[in-house]
Write a protein that binds this ligand. Structure first.
Ligand SMILES: C[S@@+](CC[C@H](N)C(=O)[O-])C[C@H]1O[C@@H](n2cnc3c(N)ncnc32)[C@H](O)[C@@H]1O
Length: 253
């Protein structure tokens, strides 16, 4: 990936980066059942909103796997990935790919990220990141995202959104054993990367980052997110994807 880094940062051996990004994608697929269908739905929604998007941002995009896929799908687009994790940002920056993705280091729990990212985005996506934040931070983030989007722009937000009314059906579709296996795979992935000499210092930096802001493990039903998006000024909000406890909402400015 020919990275245009928003801030200087570590660059890794591309062969290592390619390997760890590939296994990261497998770990995330364990967390999000039907992840490939989610990504296809997101891309189609983005194209339906104004095909093809010119400026795209993935918030909490980790090592930039989805960002790279979007850059390949929309070669003329300017695609950026934002995250706070030094390990994942280094992997995004060092990806062995010719797809141009800009990496931006920022903290989504503060509005300062908007200044770093810029504005006039046609599409902003965020996948499995909101649950790191507290409810009030998610509400504030929705208002920040709205400011960063161009008129007519689209937000797609995907995360755990368990709806009480159909809890038993969702449990059947997305059994807890799957979540436990995904947790184990996540822990193993982080243990494995910590053994790589050039990544180990970044793992220590990461521990300091998340030591100050442990994941909030915030989850709320679709109705909460729809109301929060409405309160943030989004005009049209709708459910575009669901698989088990996971869901994605699209919101238009
Ligand atoms: C479960 S991972 C999902 C990553 C990516 N969206 C994916 O699907 O592969 C959650 C991501 O949110 C990022 N994140 C958590 N809290 C954050 C914050 N306060 N600011 C920016 N990124 C954050 C993490 O570093 C991580 O990359």
């Amino acid at each position: 990936m020919a990275s245009m880094s928003g801030a200087p940062g570590a660059v890794l051996d591309p062969a290592h980066a390619g390997r760890w990004r590939a296994t990261w994608a497998q770990v995330m697929a364990g967390f999000v059942p039907g992840l490939s269908t989610l990504e296809e739905t997101m891309c189609r929604a983005a194209e339906a909103a104004g095909s093809p998007p010119g400026k795209v941002l993935d918030l909490g995009g980790g090592p930039g796997v989805l960002a790279e896929r979007m850059a390949r799908r929309w070669p003329a687009a300017e695609v950026s990935v934002m995250d706070i994790d030094p390990v994942l940002l280094a992997l995004a920056r060092s990806a062995p790919s010719d797809a141009a993705v800009r990496t931006i280091e920022a903290d989504l729990s503060s509005s300062a990220w908007v200044g770093r990212a810029g504005a006039d985005f046609d599409v902003i996506v965020t996948v499995m990141t909101l649950h790191y934040l507290h409810a009030a931070q998610v509400q504030a983030l929705y208002a920040d995202i709205r400011r960063a989007l161009t008129p007519g722009g689209l937000l797609i937000v995907a995360d755990l959104m368990p709806d009480d009314g159909i809890a038993s059906l969702m449990a059947a579709l997305d059994p807890a054993e799957g979540a436990a296996a995904a947790d184990l795979a996540w822990a193993q992935w982080w243990s494995d990367v910590a053994d790589i000499a050039e990544i180990a210092p970044l793992v220590a930096e990461r521990a300091a980052v998340f030591g100050q802001r442990p994941p909030a493990e915030f989850t709320a039903p679709v109705s909460w997110h729809a109301a929060a998006l409405g309160a943030a000024g989004f005009e049209r909000v709708g459910l575009v994807w669901r698989c088990g406890r996971h869901a994605a909402l699209a919101a238009l400015v």
